[in-house]
Design a protein around this ligand. Structure first.
Ligand code: CP3
Length: 342
């Protein structure tokens, strides 16, 4: 198996910089669209053979150094008892958002084996199918990011309902976050037991908080998850979107690898994160709409700056966008491998 991704995560010297891409499986790939034409998104997540198939597609098509389980961060939230719908227009929608204590009372802390068996089955199938290929990354959302969807009822611009709960009813917010934290510890542990070889925690919306609010309302919970999962001994990646203003706090999360978005220069991020963490990132997903030569220039810059970190895993600063030309994504992966080869 190509284990260069795992070795880079551990901060070992590697022969080239490994690369995988957030949202590497998805609508920009015709092969994904072909599968998706016959099944809706949530059903696809819950059908292990198909979820495994679309997980492996980018490994074969792009030549990336890791696979990430095909699922969604909101799957465990649905298992907690909230009704989830993915609409083509609005993305995820919870029709009954969390606004009071009785709504939190009703949430269960799911047992992955019972409530999300399809996830564990997908992982088992994938480990077998990826045996001679690349490692498998399991994942979850971070408590704060999941809480925003639960409280807002879907995507949001200002996160006003979430912040109102934080500021006006800290006890209720904490009650919800504790339930999420307990859920995610069990959920990620179950993924490890089923065979996940690294974990990524996605904090897509943490960057919407001021540094002090991030420190008080988001960091403690994710820190607890990372602490509990550490004993499993596998690499834990913490991706924080819009991280520039809060990196000094993110550094305290305990994650081995910190994933960063593109709005910060990777050299600045490394300076702020220090010598103990491996950094993952951080090409602007829109850079994949540049010419191949221009993509190479940006790759060179990131690779060169990434060299001073304890380790570097190449990635985008957020997910691959639906209209992205596949040939440019293939060119990106090739460029990372070629330009970093020692
Ligand atoms: O990265 C991968 O290839 C693995 C699969 C994966 C998906 N979602 C598949 C998906 C992962 C790791 C996620 C994480 C996820 N989901 C996040 C965190 C990362 C990020 O992008 O910020 C968030 C916030 C979600 C919630 C979510 N899921 C939204 C807001 C949407 C709709 C908008 C969009 O980007 O499509 C989804 C749908 C979704 N999740 C799709 C895929 C492939 C598109 C579904 C389709 O086929 O129509």
């Amino acid at each position: 198996m190509n284990d260069i991704f795992l070795r880079a995560c551990r901060g070992e010297k590697v022969e080239y910089t490994p690369v995988w891409l957030m949202r590497q499986a998805g609508r920009y790939l015709p092969q994904y669209q072909a599968v998706r034409a016959n099944i809706d998104f949530l059903a696809l997540c819950k059908t292990p053979e198909l979820a495994a198939e679309v997980t492996i597609q980018p490994v074969d098509i792009l030549g990336v150094d890791a696979a990430i389980l095909f699922s969604d961060i909101l799957i465990p939230v649905e298992a907690m008892g909230m009704q989830l719908v993915f609409s083509d227009k609005d993305g995820p929608v919870f029709s009954e958002p969390i606004r009071n204590k009785s709504a939190v009372d009703r949430l269960i802390i799911p047992d992955a084996e019972v409530d999300m068996p399809f996830i564990l089955e997908s992982i088992k199938i994938l480990r077998e199918k990826l045996k001679n290929k690349v490692p498998l990354i399991g994942f979850s959302g971070a408590p704060f990011t999941l809480a925003t969807y639960m409280i807002e009822g879907g995507g949001s611009r200002h996160f006003l309902q979430t912040k109102k709960m934080m500021f006006q009813n800290k006890r209720l917010f904490d009650y919800l976050m504790e339930k999420l934290t307990a859920t995610l510890i069990l959920y990620l542990s179950a993924q490890v037991k089923a065979g996940a070889q690294a974990l990524q925690i996605f904090d897509t919306w943490a960057g919407m908080l001021s540094p002090i609010d991030y420190k008080n309302f988001a960091l403690p919970y994710v820190k607890k998850i990372i602490y509990e999962l550490k004993r499993e001994g596998l690499p834990i990646i913490y991706f924080v979107n819009n991280c520039a203003g809060i990196l000094h706090e993110v550094k305290k999360s305990g994650a081995d690898i910190v994933g960063i978005d593109w709005r910060i220069d990777i050299a600045d991020a490394i300076k702020k994160l220090g010598k103990k963490v491996v950094v993952q990132g951080n090409l602007d997903p829109c850079a994949l709409f540049l010419s191949e030569e221009d993509i190479e220039e940006r790759v060179k810059d990131i690779l060169w700056k990434g060299e001073v970190a304890r380790g570097h895993v190449f990635n985008l600063g957020h997910g691959v966008l639906p209209e992205t030309p596949v040939k440019n994504v293939i060119a990106l992966v090739k460029a990372v491998h070629r330009l970093s080869h020692i």
